[in-house]
Design a protein around this ligand. Structure first.
Ligand SMILES: CC(C)(COP(=O)(O)OP(=O)(O)OC[C@H]1O[C@@H](n2cnc3c(N)ncnc32)[C@H](O)[C@@H]1OP(=O)(O)O)[C@@H](O)C(=O)NCCC(=O)NCCS
Length: 131
């Protein structure tokens, strides 16, 4: 079992291991691939809060703090930080366990994205009330 003692103690939205096909020409993981996974992870609590489809309207911030390597075990944590009439803003942190089996745990990326609840015509839709 990997040592997860330093990972955030909260539910993980997504876990994935980047493959050689996700690397850039230098052999490290391509930033665009990480951005796509962050977008997917952030959309999970957003669509749950919207109780339906959402569209990404903005990437408010995105910081690649440390490189990601092929074979790392990546854990994505996604928390809603703000809601509006139609929008949900989510903070996403990405943590890497180097080569899956080693003890080194590193926060590699942090980002904030905003999603908008949309209807079947792809127009903004008010968020449902919370029970
Ligand atoms: C998402 C989309 C439906 C929103 O439609 P819109 O007419 O621009 O919506 P509005 O101007 O009414 O804004 C809707 C909400 O988004 C928020 N918003 C708009 N631009 C924003 C920005 N740059 N940053 C943060 N929030 C933003 C608004 O504040 C509003 O939130 P609120 O209702 O909670 O107050 C539309 O912009 C769209 O289809 N964009 C493409 C989405 C897409 O394809 N994403 C995938 C990436 S390719």
């Amino acid at each position: 079992m990997p040592n997860e003692s330093s990972l955030p103690q909260k539910p993980v939205a997504l876990r994935v291991v980047p493959q050689p096909s996700d690397a850039n020409v230098h052999g490290d993981v391509f930033g665009g691939w990480i951005m796509a996974q962050v977008d997917i992870a952030g959309s999970i609590p957003a669509s749950r809060r919207a109780n339906g489809r959402v569209a990404t309207v903005a990437v408010n911030s995105f910081l690649f703090k440390h490189p990601v390597f092929v074979g790392d075990l990546l854990s994505f944590y996604a928390d809603i930080t703000k809601t509006g009439n139609t929008s949900v803003t989510v903070s996403v942190e990405v943590w890497a366990q180097r080569m899956r089996l080693q003890d080194e745990v590193v926060k590699v990326t942090e980002a904030t994205l905003t999603y908008v609840a949309t209807d079947h015509d792809r127009r903004p839709r008010a968020l449902p009330a919370i029970d």
